[in-house]
Design a protein around this ligand. Structure first.
Ligand code: SF4
Length: 391
């Protein structure tokens, strides 16, 4: 496949891994911010290529995983009301709320829940069911927010007042600034998400590099992309530099996607929001602006989201901060599996627990960790069979 194959070249990857090994002189911890990177690292067996002493830890970049349990509870409460159709992406479908039930369970009890593949499908539901209220569960980061914003704008233009959005859209830089404000945070550098960066641009990471002296490199998602970005990060660390570098220039620019930014700014305004494991972070979420309030589910239906709580015994919150790895959770594999997930990190296609369960060498499936897969087929944890989307 033109343009992609070269980024999956096994020889090139092994050369980069060897250079990484020669460059690294002391142990380093690098956070892969994004769940798509977590999955790509494990699915391609990159952990088997990394030099000893280079540790990758997951960050808060899985949109489903960082959605707080009280938000899931609020979705479930809405799903129980009559005249409501919930439109959701498939990766949220099986995430348990604080009582252990999910949208999948609610549907089995008769709730109207439709798994969609794009926000526009939610709009179509609203057109097809004018006497009912369709609620799009808006979950995601900067990558998917423009699509949600465009859909809300069309709904407004068409006067489809039975189409509402429950926005829990989030922004990536604020939780990173919050994480690194903690003096006990012992992450040396950031592998930054290519798809989010395509929208926000490389400039968005400059405060992190400057304020926390943190090397930041934007990476694509193929094996060679990731290894090249890791090499750039290790070089910065070895040379004592802390800069923003772009290893994904075929997609990401300095300023980002200005039309997408403009569209999002027209529909949404920054707002405080709760993150699983990180609490409420100022201006880290997006709420509908006054002009679009008629499509705001929380406003129209009087939804109250309870204060943040964690699902009992689930340690997703610590995993999302890079403080522990999934095997440190007592429920991992024993009580929490993709078939019976306790927390979102085991459900999501970008979840760290799911990545460890499915691809770590000690996987119960006893599959050999694949190295540098040549195909694009993904072996995903058992899911709703519905749609999944990246960040
Ligand atoms: S293994 Fe399950 S219970 Fe433990 S942190 Fe992961 S999702 Fe939560």
């Amino acid at each position: 496949m033109r343009y992609v194959d070269e980024f999956r070249d096994q020889g090139l990857a092994q050369d980069l891994a060897a250079t990484l090994s020669r460059t690294l002189t002391r142990p380093r911890r690098i956070m892969e911010v994004c769940g798509t990177h977590t999955m790509a690292v494990f699915r391609n067996g990159l952990t088997t290529l990394l030099p000893e002493g280079l540790e990758l830890v997951s960050g808060p970049g899985c949109p489903v995983c960082v959605t707080s349990a009280p938000h899931i509870d609020a979705f479930l409460a809405l799903a129980g009301r009559s005249g409501i159709i919930i439109a959701t992406f498939g990766d949220l479908f099986r995430v348990p709320g604080s009582a252990g039930t999910s949208l999948a369970h609610a549907r089995s009890q008769g709730a109207r829940i439709e798994v969609i593949y794009s926000p526009m499908e939610g709009l179509r539901l609203a057109r097809d069911h004018p006497d009912e209220t369709v609620i799009l569960l808006g979950i995601g980061f900067e990558t998917t927010t423009p699509g949600v914003a465009a859909t809300i704008r069309v709904a407004k233009r068409e006067g489809l007042n039975n189409f509402l959005c429950f926005s829990t859209q989030k922004l990536i830089p604020p939780p990173l600034m919050s994480l690194f404000a903690d003096p006990e945070q012992n992450i040396d550098a950031l592998l930054c998400p290519g798809h989010v960066s395509a929208i926000i641009g490389t400039a968005a990471y400059a405060p992190l590099a400057k304020q926390y002296h943190l090397p930041c490199v934007i990476s694509g998602f193929e094996p060679v992309d990731i290894l090249q970005a890791l090499l750039l990060l290790v070089r910065q660390l070895e040379e004592g530099r802390a800069q923003v570098e772009n290893a994904y220039t075929r997609v990401v620019s300095h300023a980002g996607n200005i039309p997408a930014q403009t569209l999002v700014a027209e529909v949404f305004a920054p707002a405080d929001t709760a993150w699983r494991g990180l609490g409420i972070i100022p201006d880290s979420g997006l709420a509908l602006r006054d002009h679009y309030r008629v499509h705001d589910a929380q406003e129209r239906l009087g939804v109250v989201v309870a204060p943040a709580t964690e699902v009992q015994g689930c340690r997703c919150g610590q995993i999302l901060q890079g403080r522990i790895r999934p095997p440190a959770c007592p429920k991992f594999k024993a009580l929490c599996t993709p078939a019976n997930p306790v927390g979102p990190c085991m459900v999501s296609s970008e979840g760290t627990c799911a990545a460890y369960y499915n691809y770590a060498p000690e996987s119960p499936a006893k599959r050999r960790t694949p190295i540098l897969r040549q195909d694009t087929q993904q072996v995903m944890p058992a899911s709703a069979g519905g749609s999944e989307r990246s960040s």
